[in-house]
Design a protein around this ligand. Structure first.
Ligand code: T1G
Length: 703
């Protein structure tokens, strides 16, 4: 059942029951209306209570239903809310835990609302690239006032019920229950009270009948638009939220409702909304590992050890301290340890200065940190994460020591960014306990965590690490073992294309500007100068040995041979003034490129921004398709998540694989056929991955 109906004396109770969060899918909407009609027809029923079973009153419209015929199948949500308002007996919403989106709009259609404390109340549609499409932009301002309502609608952020109930003059909640446990009884008692009043002829209160005005309407909404325009870059929804709420203050309720409906329909069709809805579902899908059941028992992770107090080790450590998990940090030398701890302190102190951390929280976290130079001291940690120098020999030596000292059942994780986790596991007697936890720098900031599954990694180790990732607020994506896992394997092809574009006539600035206009925060050359061009240089040197057939532009090596490692050496692809980060096109680099092209006999040509973007992005798409075929990622949305969360792919485009779907895989393959004809490019690479060719041929999509 998706909504249960029970009568307690003279009160009918309709309980939404559509786990996990009582999403208002078609069947649930029908069941609500059926319950209302049944209560209307039952003379013994004097009042109706509407509530939710389980973990939510309602998490809103069923996001999984969007884009399917059921989403607008009558009764759609506005119709259910209209039915609520037409019931001639008092309907009381009994709200607890989560009341969001369409769930709050449903409650606003009731005559009264009783809420439990601790309930998260929100209209988060803007986070999906939408706006409340079932009257929320018209009703919420009528019960909370225009400014409070607009802030909630434009931010999409949740507010606790007791906060809202305490707002002077608020009409959202008629009663704040003593506790979640007391909610239903208090709601039923309240229902009986109001039933008596209405039997005596008092009219049923409707939110839609409340006035909605703002004393300085034009000025306020003009100001609101300016504020929103600044923060809504690339996303149309926030500004339309302002339009919809403004419409609520300008005329009849029905007119405002119609305006809201128009704006909602427009947003539902935008690629930005599709991207954000894709991201919402992708984040949740990523936590599911096809062959690891959700109820796989997890190991307890009460204490963590980190090997290596460098930039990565320090950042990794902070994630666990922030989650209240004690960490023992191990280094080979005291001064390295002291440096690492000092860096952690500095990071926290910077957060305190910005008001993002309180002094006592800082002290609590630092109290969870201990340090040591002896492996014996970390033997009892439940998880140890190695974050030492990116060299196989060094890592194997560390894992041999870990294998010797760590207690049975400890999880041994490596933070390697590209090395073979199976080889690392093979130096231990417990490969089933070895897993990759690839954090992204800065590890205490970047949300992405690639969980690298070795051939022998045990299922409970995976389940444990995925749950732990959620606890330390990371977005975890499982990757198989290959060179570069998911993200670094893809950026390798992206970087190769960037190099070829220089060979053929582009300047670094032209490539960066084109891809930054597409939406990347930073193009490949500015990024190289920031991260350090020597890092890529070291990886390429390894690849030249491992993959002698792979074609690369020589430009990046020529740059490094000039000692131009980027900002850290004051010059890279760009020139930099001392102490400044502004990237200045460099005549030295320009000259190097001209000489390099001459040496290759290449006559530079004008390359369009469109070709630059297609070659960089479709290189990601094609490699992503290979990654899917190789089973390194289990779904296209995981690849999108990696690139959105770890590599700065523009959020409003939903990731490389969704972007390819939006462009149309047929068009992607057509472009690749053109690139394959370019003698200075890598024709072999531009052969579409078989999966991509098949999907394009069948008119299908990745997602
Ligand atoms: N529809 C469908 N499934 C949903 C859902 C929803 N609205 N919300 C959550 N789920 C699923 C989610 O996919 C996951 O499923 C499980 O619930 C647990 O989610 C007309 C059009 C409610 C605060 O934007 O913010 O109403 O992975 O891991 O951390 O104006 O989910 O187990 O299969 O996030 O406890 C507006 C979105 C919709 C709320 C719970 N509502 N959800 O957080 O669990 S648009 C939202 C959330 C709308 C109307 C418009 C959170 C949560 P699975 P979870 P959680």
């Amino acid at each position: 059942m998706t909504a249960e109906y029970q009568v307690h004396g003279d009160v009918a109770v309709i309980t939404l029951n559509n786990p996990p969060v009582n999403g208002l899918g078609y069947a649930t909407r029908k069941a609500i209306v059926a319950g209302l009609n049944r209560a209307e027809d039952d003379a013994a029923v004097q009042a109706i209570v509407l509530t939710g079973a389980g973990a939510a009153f309602s998490g809103g419209a069923d996001i999984k239903e969007f884009g399917t015929p059921q989403a607008m199948q009558q009764p759609n949500l506005p119709a259910v809310i209209a039915a609520l308002e037409q019931v001639r007996k008092p309907v009381i919403a009994a709200i607890h835990s989560v009341c969001m989106g369409g769930g709050l709009e449903l409650a606003l259609g009731c005559h009264y609302r009783v809420v439990a404390p601790g309930c998260s109340v929100a209209l988060p549609e803007v986070k999906l690239g939408l706006l409340p499409g079932a009257g929320g932009t018209q009703r919420l301002p009528r019960v909370l006032g225009v400014e409070t309502a607009l802030n909630m609608i434009v931010s999409g952020e949740a507010v606790k019920s007791e906060m809202l109930a305490a707002l002077p003059g608020q009409k959202l909640f008629d009663k704040l229950a003593a506790s979640p446990e007391a909610l239903l009884d208090e709601a039923m008692a309240f229902a009986r009270e109001v039933a008596a009043k209405h039997q005596a002829g008092a009219p049923l209160p409707l939110v839609r009948s409340l006035p909605c005005k703002h004393p300085q309407g034009d000025g306020y909404f003009g100001f609101a638009r300016n504020m929103v325009r600044g923060m809504a870059k690339n996303f149309p929804a926030p500004l339309k939220c302002v339009d919809a709420v403004e419409a609520a203050t300008q005329g009849k309720f029905e007119d405002g409702l119609r305006r809201e409906g128009e704006l909602f329909a427009q947003l539902m069709l935008t690629p930005e909304s599709r991207a954000l809805r894709h991201l919402f579902l992708a984040e949740r899908a990523a936590s599911k590992i096809p062959d690891v059941p959700a109820d796989t028992p997890k190991r307890t992770i009460a204490t963590v050890a980190v090997i290596g107090a460098g930039t990565m080790g320090g950042g990794i450590t902070m994630n666990f301290l922030n989650a209240g998990i004690p960490v023992k940090l191990l280094e080979a030398k005291q001064e390295a340890l002291d440096r690492g701890v000092a860096t952690i302190r500095k990071n926290y102190e910077a957060q305190i200065k910005k008001g993002k951390l309180t002094q006592d929280k800082y002290e609590q976290r630092m109290a969870l940190l201990s340090t040591t130079l002896a492996y014996a001291d970390i033997a009892n940690a439940d998880l140890v994460i190695e974050a030492v120098f990116e060299d196989m020999g060094v890592k194997e030596a560390v894992f041999q020591q870990l294998d010797a000292v760590m207690k049975p059942g400890a999880i041994l994780a490596t933070n390697t960014s590209t090395l073979d986790v199976n080889k690392i596991a093979a130096v231990t007697k417990r490969p089933q306990d070895v897993v990759g936890m690839h954090f992204f720098s800065p590890a205490n900031v970047m949300k992405l965590l690639e969980v690298v599954r070795g051939e022998k990694t045990a299922k409970d180790v995976l389940a444990t690490v995925m749950a732990l990732a959620k606890k330390i607020k990371k977005v975890a994506v499982v990757a198989g073992v290959c060179d570069g896992f998911i993200g670094n394997r893809m950026i390798e092809q992206y970087s190769r294309q960037a190099g070829f574009l220089l060979d053929e006539g582009c300047t670094p600035a032209q490539v960066d500007k084109a891809i930054e206009k597409f939406g990347f925060a930073m193009g490949p050359f500015r990024m190289g100068d920031l991260a350090g061009n020597d890092i890529g240089w070291a990886i390429r040197k390894r690849r030249y040995v491992e993959k002698p057939h792979m074609k690369y532009s020589k430009t990046a090596d020529l740059l490094c041979e000039m000692g131009r490692f980027g900002q850290k050496t004051g010059a890279g692809w760009y020139d930099y003034q001392p102490g400044k980060r502004d990237a200045i096109p460099s005549p030295v680099v320009e000259k190097m490129l001209e000489e390099h092209r001459k040496s290759l006999g290449i006559t530079p040509r004008k390359i369009s921004d469109e070709e630059i973007v297609q070659r960089l992005v479709f290189a990601l798409v094609n490699e992503g398709a290979h990654i899917l075929e190789d089973g390194i990622a289990s779904r296209a949305s995981d690849i999108d998540l990696v690139y959105l969360m770890g590599y700065g792919f523009p959020l409003h485009r939903g990731g490389p694989m969704l972007y390819a779907d939006e462009v149309g895989l047929f068009n992607v393959v057509q472009a690749m056929r053109r690139f394959a004809k370019n003698p200075y490019d890598d024709a072999a690479f531009w052969q579409p991955a078989p999966l991509l060719a098949r999907l394009a041929d069948e008119g299908k999509t990745f997602n």
